[in-house]
Design a protein around this ligand. Structure first.
Ligand SMILES: [Zn+2]
Length: 280
């Protein structure tokens, strides 16, 4: 199963970082009764009925090798992570693609939750430095404004986003913002105030990196299911419904933030008059 796909002249590769612990889905989707999972158990949960999330980024580059290298999301970070005792692997995964951190030209954050920003900043004692020293970091202005308010203070944001203001090239973006030719942000607010997808268009083909628009493959069909992590469920549901409908209608290739590796890239198809996930 695929861990990369090409959109015209542009290749998008999953960059593995780590995985969350297995969790009872009732804790993550409190509004969804256990029986409602039954049709999706084999694709969404393990044999014990538990859910987990893969933490990853995506690397966008031109097949020709020219042009900018764009990293979308920066995983949970170096760790070591409590539930495994092991470090995150994002930089190793990039190295396996032949990409040292210095070569990344742009880091784009779908949203400012800890599992998408973890490698942005490297701390040496009390001193932060940018992990990708030649990159411009693109953060949604709505998220920046939200998490810099004292009442929304967030430890992950303070560690991995806020220092960028003084140690890196930081660009606050809003609306549809071009990162590089064929690559732009697409606001899909709700999971956080500034949550955005990344749209990639080349040679008449379209791909979309969806961040946390959905966390379980079941949500492709059950689009009103919301995880407890969604900041505004009315808004996140509207964003999910609208983007998935467009991805289906226009035949986009969808690169999900958290689905299981090997099945995280797919298309939105229609089965029995409902949407479903078809991994490529
Ligand atoms: Zn996430």
């Amino acid at each position: 199963m695929a861990t990369r796909a090409t959109i015209g002249e542009i290749e998008i590769t999953t960059i593995h970082d780590h995985m969350s612990a297995w969790r009872n889905p009732a804790l993550v989707f409190p509004g969804v009764p256990a029986s409602a999972w039954d049709p999706y158990r084999s694709i969404a949960l393990n044999e014990k009925g538990e859910w987990r999330s893969v933490w990853r980024g995506h690397l966008i580059r031109r097949v020709s090798g020219d042009g900018p290298l764009v990293l979308v999301d920066a995983g949970m970070g170096p760790g070591p992570h409590e539930h495994t005792g092991k470090p995150g692997e994002l930089l190793d995964s990039l190295a396996a693609e032949g990409v040292p951190p210095e070569q990344i030209d742009a880091v784009v954050t779908t949203h400012c939750h800890g599992d998408h920003i973890g490698w942005n900043v490297t701390w040496e004692g009390d001193a932060p430095r940018s992990t990708f020293p030649n990159a411009t970091y693109h953060i949604a202005r709505n998220d920046w404004e939200h998490y810099t308010k004292p009442e929304n203070a967030n430890e992950a944001f303070d560690r991995s986003v806020r220092p960028l203001e003084s140690i890196a090239k930081l660009e606050l973006v809003s609306g549809e913002h071009e990162i590089a030719p064929g690559i732009r942000t697409l606001p899909t607010n709700g999971h956080t105030p500034g949550h955005q997808c990344i749209l990639v268009e080349s040679d008449g083909e379209t791909g979309v990196i969806t961040g946390d628009l959905f966390h379980s493959v079941a949500q492709i069909t059950e689009q009103t299911w919301c995880p407890t992590f969604d900041w505004n469920t009315e808004m996140s549901t509207a964003s999910r419904i609208s983007l998935l409908a467009r991805a289906h209608r226009e035949g986009w290739v969808v690169f999900s933030g958290h689905l299981y590796t090997g099945k995280s890239i797919g298309k939105i198809v229609e089965r029995d008059e409902r949407f479903a996930w078809s991994p490529i």
